[in-house]
Design a protein around this ligand. Structure first.
Ligand code: ADP
Length: 190
């Protein structure tokens, strides 16, 4: 199994790249943001809870997110491996993911991080907000709060995976194809 955490701040391009890479490497793509949005659209209890945090640019509580992620993984018993996009975002989530992989007799092979400057991120998210219909992209204050939340809780995961020799940083600025190429070089090595 090849299990990869695709990492980076909001707007780094994780979702776009995961869509391409899942086909190329025959992996199951799990995006926690997409699962939350699906629940919001279908007006589930989980959706209502997630929305109250997402609208403010905050992270959804760990307990809820971890439970949901476990369920998504369990839905794919035949998977060749996973691309995790938007998870883990806290140290508690990283620990939970490690336990889940252990239970499967597997592990996270790598964290591959897209590196993009903050001001480029804000610009991309404002631009995406014009057409995505995503509430959290429509307001610059919420966008900046998401980036702040990233530095408060998520950025630290780089050192978590670096300590296990599993961190790979990739320049996230360029054309979609160029970035796929850079990511593929890492995917091929691990
Ligand atoms: P982006 O990376 O552009 O912020 P996502 O679609 O990954 O977009 O996530 C949107 C929102 O969903 C986040 O701002 C957060 O509120 C919530 N979310 C997604 N993944 C997680 C997670 N692992 N833990 C907590 N909240 C999450």
């Amino acid at each position: 199994m090849k299990n990869i955490v695709l990492f980076g701040p909001p707007g780094a391009g994780k979702g776009t790249q995961a869509e391409v890479l899942k086909e190329k490497y025959q992996l199951v793509h799990i995006s926690t943001g997409d699962v939350f949005r699906y629940n919001i659209k279908n007006e589930t209890e989980l959706g209502a809870l997630a929305k109250s945090y997402m609208d403010k640019g905050h992270l959804v509580p760990d307990e809820v997110t971890i439970k949901m992620l476990n369920a998504e993984v369990e839905k794919n018993p035949e998977a060749n491996g996973f691309i995790f996009d938007g998870f883990p975002r806290t140290e508690a989530q990283a620990e939970a993911l490690s336990e889940l992989m252990d239970e499967k007799g597997s592990q996270i092979n790598a964290m591959v991080a897209l590196e993009v400057d903050d001001e480029v991120l804000v610009g991309r998210l404002i631009e995406r907000g014009k057409s995505s219909g995503r509430a959290d992209d429509a307001n610059e204050e919420v966008i900046r709060e998401r980036i702040a939340e990233y530095y408060r809780k998520t950025d630290i995961l780089k050192s978590y995976y670096q300590a296990q020799d599993k961190y790979y940083g990739v320049d996230g600025v360029g054309s979609i194809e160029e970035i796929t190429e850079r990511l593929s070089e890492v995917f091929d090595r691990i």
